[in-house]
Design a protein. Structure first.
Length: 269
């Protein structure tokens, strides 16, 4: 009886938590189908204004350009970050030395510095290198992060060293060992890192607002911000833009969720 009561409370709590977590997303989907007046009236039922909202959204903004810019920037930033950070994490752990431990400590300390403190120097650097309104300029702060290097290093500690030694005996060089053995084995860590990096690159707002000056360089967060900057906000159009901007991150997490928890915990299978 006590077990059943505890289960009722546990599942009840989890149900409430799940509802509170999903309600904002569900409300956003519903609001994207309603007219502005219906949203302001507090309706919680799907409407018939979806296509009108989409037509209005494409009329007010360059939706295709913004979506492509965000997708291109996020995918390139994720790919380059995976290459750099995984190589760094692998090197920090496999080729151990006290000097590298000190360097890792400095990298971890850099995580305590807020982005606002380095924003102006980064902008000056991007300007001096002619990287304004460029994908490389967008990726500049996220090409290598201390968090991802630490994530890969911690996961590499569980990597079987015997596999590396056996590969070296078979004549493989270090790069071949990394590409042919390490990368396939660490797929859970890569899945977690890809999810984290892609979401961060897709949703970043402050840095693109500073460096992407041209309208052709607009990203989805900037597009949504511009929609909210008018005197009269059309919430149906805004919620539709938010829904479209949310879909890629949901799909990434949906396809990689089975590996995400394993990767965060540093599991190797």
């Amino acid at each position: 009886m006590k077990v059943k009561i505890s289960n009722i409370f546990m599942y009840g709590f989890l149900s409430v938590a799940a509802f509170l977590s999903l309600f904002p997303l569900v409300w956003t989907l519903i609001a994207s189908t309603n007219a502005n007046a219906d949203i302001l009236a507090g309706t919680l039922l799907p409407g018939t204004n979806l296509f009108q909202n989409f037509a209005r959204l494409t009329e007010l903004t360059n939706l295709g350009r913004a979506f492509w810019n965000s997708a291109r920037n996020a995918m390139l930033a994720t790919f380059i970050s995976m290459v750099i950070c995984s190589l760094a994490g692998y090197g920090f752990e496999i080729f151990y030395s006290k000097a590298k431990d000190r360097l890792m400590s400095i990298l971890l300390l850099s995580m305590m510095i807020p982005f606002a403190a380095i924003m102006i120097p980064l902008f000056q650097l991007a300007g001096n290198l002619n990287l304004l309104n460029t994908t490389l300029g967008f990726m500049l702060p996220s090409l290598s992060t201390a968090f991802l290097i630490m994530l890969f290093r911690q996961s590499t500690r569980t990597f079987p060293r015997e596999m590396i030694e056996a590969a070296r005996i078979d004549g493989l060089n270090e790069l071949s060992i990394f590409v042919r053995i390490y990368v396939p084995t660490m797929k859970s860590t890569y899945a977690a890192a890809i999810t984290i990096t892609f979401m961060a690159a897709w949703n970043v707002f402050l840095w693109p607002r500073i460096i992407m000056i041209s309208p052709d360089s607009i990203t989805m967060p900037l597009l949504i911000s511009n929609l909210m900057a008018g005197y009269v906000a059309d919430f149906g159009v805004i919620m539709l833009a938010v829904t479209i901007a949310t879909l890629p991150t949901i799909l990434i997490f949906f396809f990689l969720q089975r590996y995400f928890a394993e990767g965060v915990l540093g599991a190797v299978k």
